[in-house]
Design a binder for this molecule. Structure first.
Ligand SMILES: Cc1ncc(COP(=O)(O)O)c(C=O)c1O
Length: 394
């Protein structure tokens, strides 16, 4: 059997994004074989649990017999909790008809791509981007056009570069602030200008805000704050990061009512509704106490500080200070143009897995993403190992 036995879509979703996880895969394999590994390649603290009150809500829901098919677009009380959460972030008043629940932000992004983008369209994304973007946004045949947010500019994209990338074929612009992997939080003025630009060119603005509740310096501003409810703006988010619910697969898309009606038909022929018990738990996560989120975000801010300080004075090496999220970008360009080489050597030397950034865009081959999903003492140790590798680099 060959790839030609499958569809063009199968080929388009089999690109570099899928290869990005090779170092992680090897680390997992070694771990399962009994080796001591520090996994800093993913954005999930596998030792940490979803808050207890959320888990309890799920168990209660299961015990109540909520085991059935549910609303295609998500149950109304969860959608109400989501639009209230969105209002708190944006001041944008929505109805539940502006919100559809998906199986995580990734699933929502795929639905957005499937309903908005097709062959002949161009979609602009900002490098460094989340590694699934190329496969997600080109899956249905659209062409990816990238612009680069440089480290020297705090990984903020340049508005004039976005403007220059727009052609008559451009259908959408994707932004991700707070950003993975860079940890940048786009400045409010820039977000407003981006919203105006997409409005002026009649483009869809797709805003991935998975880290909106994960900011430890500055303030997250959504482009939805500057948009009318029926304008071409879609906000995608989830509970994966903010409530340590990555495995629950609860996310959503917020957008104009007509788009949400299209999503409903898409959901009907794709996931056919989400489990009731995870939606019950998600509702409790959004409406219940937020203290664990606040504590967690403060802790990640402290971890970022520890790591950036520990790596600050190494020769031919840089570590960007994130303002949000779960990662620090390591700049290894002066050591090697190939982040995979750095990641593999760190894995072999110390049993620490990091993620090479080549899959975040072609300009980022010389970067490596290190997750902050480990306690401070382990991160300090990891920084010591990185320092050893960097100082002895040949
Ligand atoms: C920027 C970004 N978007 C989307 C996702 C997918 O999130 P989810 O787990 O909710 O599907 C992630 C996950 O790491 C992410 O970092």
């Amino acid at each position: 059997m060959e790839m030609s036995d499958f569809t063009g879509l199968a080929a388009r979703v089999s690109g570099k994004g899928a290869d990005a996880w090779e170092v992680h895969r090897i680390a997992q394999e070694r771990k399962e074989a009994g080796a001591e590994m520090l996994i800093l390649s993913i954005g999930e603290d596998v030792a940490a649990r979803t808050p207890d009150h959320v888990v309890e809500a799920c168990v209660e829901s299961l015990n109540k017999g909520r085991h059935h098919y549910s609303d295609m677009i998500g149950q109304p009380n969860l959608r109400k909790a989501i639009v209230d959460h969105h209002y708190a972030l944006t001041n944008q008043t929505l109805s539940v008809g502006n919100c559809v629940v998906f199986a995580g932000a990734q699933n929502a992004l795929y639905a957005v791509s499937s309903c908005l983008l097709e062959a002949g369209d161009e979609v602009i994304v900002v490098e460094p981007y989340y590694s699934t973007y190329p496969a997600t946004f080109t899956a249905n045949g659209a062409k990816l056009v990238t612009i680069v947010a440089r480290g020297e500019n705090g990984f903020q994209p340049d508005l004039s570069e976005i403007k220059s990338a727009i052609t008559p074929r451009t259908k959408a612009l994707v932004i991700n602030s707070p950003a993975n992997p860079s940890g940048a939080v786009f400045e409010a003025g820039l977000v407003e200008q981006i919203a105006e630009l997409t409005r002026a060119h009649d483009l869809w603005l797709i805003s991935d805000e998975v880290y909106s509740d994960f900011v430890f310096e500055g303030r997250h501003v959504s482009p939805a704050s500057y948009m009318g409810v029926d304008e071409k703006c879609v906000v995608v988010s989830s509970l994966s990061k903010s409530h340590r619910m990555a495995g629950w697969r609860v996310g959503w898309a917020i957008g104009p009512q007509l788009l949400c009606e299209v999503f409903e038909r898409f959901a009907l022929c794709s996931m056919y509704g989400m489990p009731m018990f995870t939606q019950d738990a998600a509702t409790v996560a959004l409406t219940g106490p937020q203290t664990e989120t606040e504590t967690m975000v403060a802790e990640y801010g402290a971890r970022a500080k520890v790591v950036v300080e520990a790596l600050s004075n190494l020769p031919r090496f840089g570590a960007g200070a994130p303002k949000a999220g779960m990662f620090v970008m390591l700049d290894v360009r002066e050591l090697t143009s190939n982040g995979t080489e750095f990641s593999m050597r760190l894995l072999d030397q110390s049993g620490i897995s990091t993620l090479p950034c080549g899959s975040f865009g072609e300009h980022f081959d010389g970067f490596v993403r290190m997750s902050l999903c480990a306690p401070q003492d382990k991160l300090k140790w990891a920084c010591g190992e990185i320092a050893t590798l960097v100082k002895g680099w040949e």
